[in-house]
Design a protein around this ligand. Structure first.
Ligand code: T46
Length: 135
């Protein structure tokens, strides 16, 4: 459910020569990392997302720039603004998401609990709603 999705503050080693942050599987995040991917060169005004994952756990980080992510469990919606690389948004399975307001040069990185599988996606909102609420 939406309440399980939250901003996780990552460790930040602050030094005069710069900052360093890190993420460890099953320590800072509640899953093991199996895949890393990133979205970049997003044209101004573009939207991404528009799907839910059946079983995937994710941590979404703004590695550079900023964007908004709206999460929707079929009942409630919540929008998060990501702008700092020491914060990650944990997204549990069965949450519809939309991403927009990408700043120019922004990089969205995802740490994910599984390899890519198109079978793990709901790309149709009605199918997602049926699976989510009609048992
Ligand atoms: C998500 C948000 C935050 C692959 O071939 N391998 C991959 O690992 C991924 C992630 C995607 N793809 C292919 C599948 C599509 O043909 O790349 C194309 C675009 O993927 P998608 O429509 O899922 O892209 P976004 O930016 O809408 O969503 C992505 C992630 O897919 C998704 O898991 O939660 O970022």
């Amino acid at each position: 459910p939406l309440e399980d999705c939250r901003i996780i503050e990552l460790p930040k080693i602050h030094e005069p020569r710069g900052n360093l942050s890190f993420v460890e599987s099953n320590h800072h995040i509640p899953f093991a990392i199996e895949r890393v991917y990133y979205v970049y060169d997003v044209p101004g005004g573009s939207d991404r997302g528009g799907h839910a994952h059946k079983g995937l756990h994710q941590l979404i980080i703004a590695m550079s720039g900023s964007f908004d992510i709206t999460l929707d469990d079929g009942k409630d919606k919540k929008t998060f603004h990501l702008a700092r690389s020491y914060y990650g948004l944990y997204v549990c399975p069965m949450i519809w998401r939309e991403m927009d307001n990408f700043s120019s040069g922004s990089v969205l990185m995802v740490l994910a609990s599984n390899k890519y599988s198109e079978d793990d996606y709901y790309r149709n909102y009605d199918d997602f709603m049926k699976a989510r609420w009609v048992k």
